[in-house]
Design a protein around this ligand. Sequence first.
Ligand code: SAH
Ligand code: SF4
Ligand code: F3S
Length: 480
Amino acid sequence: MIPLSSGSDSMNLPSLKEAGKRTKSSIPFITEEYNLPESLKKLGTGRKYFIRTYGCQMNVHDSENIKAILEMMSFEETETLENADFILLNTCAIRENAHNKMFGFLGRVKHLKETHPHIITAICGCMAQEESVVEALMKKYKWVDVIFGTHNIHRLPYIIERAMSRQEQEIEVFSKEGEVIENIPVKRDSKYKAWVNIMFGCDKFCTYCIVPYTRGKQRSRKKEFILEEVRDLVKHGYQEVTLLGQNVNAYGKDLEETSSMGELLEEVAQTGIPRIRFMTSHPWDFDDKMIDVIARYDNIMPYVHLPLQSGSNRILKLMGRRYTKEQYLELVSKLKKKIPNLALTTDIIVGFPGETEEDFEETLEVVRACEYDSAFTFIFSPREGTPAARMEDTTPMEEKNTRLYKLNELVNEYANKKNQQYLGKTVKVLIEGPSEKGNLMGYTETMKLVNVDGSSSDIGKIVDCEITDVKTWSLDGKVV
Ligand code: SAH
Ligand code: SF4
Ligand code: F3S
């Protein structure tokens, strides 16, 4: 049974100041079985839930946990908003447009709630950790019934129970460094691919980023629990795991018995799971052991997502990224030399406060040097409470848009060029299911999306596909 107040001595409303604090106190590991009192197990009987998830894979995986908890409470899932009795938005705070999307959707939910007042509406995820968001929800969205934070997921049954028995808004958001809770149940979206958390939180405090405030201190899971989870997935026929964390290369550095990502990757590879991926890698902690292990094991995919953010040393410094352009380029050349067939992707921010045309040109130069397979590109979005939000920013939005456009043109050119190299080749694809075009779809080892001509009996298998056509964002192929 998870204790009602596990690890909580904080207030129930979020505080960015509290959330940004880091102490040396050790991280609580909670390893009890997750169980609920009988009364909570029936709370959802006859009720349907709908979840909409925004943001990164960590949120996607949190939603898989939330679904399992709700089903333990006898709620049933529905994918139709209009059929739901419990509507939950699992939110992302990374950029302003993530906020806007969620508030847009909330409009639709409000409409439903007006005509069906029995519906319970809830908001969780990273936006729930933000003071100003919760203040707005308390003032202007009083009809939202429940707000709970990223540290409160395991307590959801108790939170819902309270919400059902009172009229006021129910808010439970802890702003704390966090703990590691094993055994939270999970209802996985896929039978073939699984997300596996290896660490929570982030201590890098890049100056633009809200994540260290919304997710707490860096906390690694103990290796034995991770390996146990992967072995169990192998037993159940899973073909692929993605090891998740905001900065996976720093895995284990916070543990008493320190462990490294290289060691962990090696032991996960030895479980025999056919495919291993990991994300996200911060260039700072990418050591030689890791590169060596990726190169040595065929079941560790030759795919690295390595956020650059900027190619200008001056901007990297202002961002607090702790590497220079030269160090980044050296790492990339080492990776490419040691891992044949490597696919490399990245994240880039344009229009960081004070970024000049010259700084931006340097970013383009790095893109040319790295020849990325693809890149996620963003315009800087000031996040309340972060240092970059207080930096002077004189670049007009129009100029930032122009930079983004130029950057995307260059990124697309290389993406296309990389994809062209696949034409006529035979590659391994894990077939995940039907594609939108009515055929099958899956991903190559290098994370290229392939629309595949094949039969439904191939679903869930890794098959050889010949690439017959190439687009900028996907490949077409047929099973051979
Ligand atoms: N932990 C990962 C990044 C997670 S956030 C890492 O360090 O690589 C995903 C991406 O969102 C970041 O890589 C960054 O490019 C972008 N991002 C984060 N904060 C942002 C902000 N305030 N404005 C614009 N983009 C941002
Ligand atoms: Fe944010 Fe930086 Fe942590 Fe990534 S490493 S989550 S960008 S603070
Ligand atoms: Fe968004 Fe939170 Fe992930 S801010 S990107 S959902 S960690």
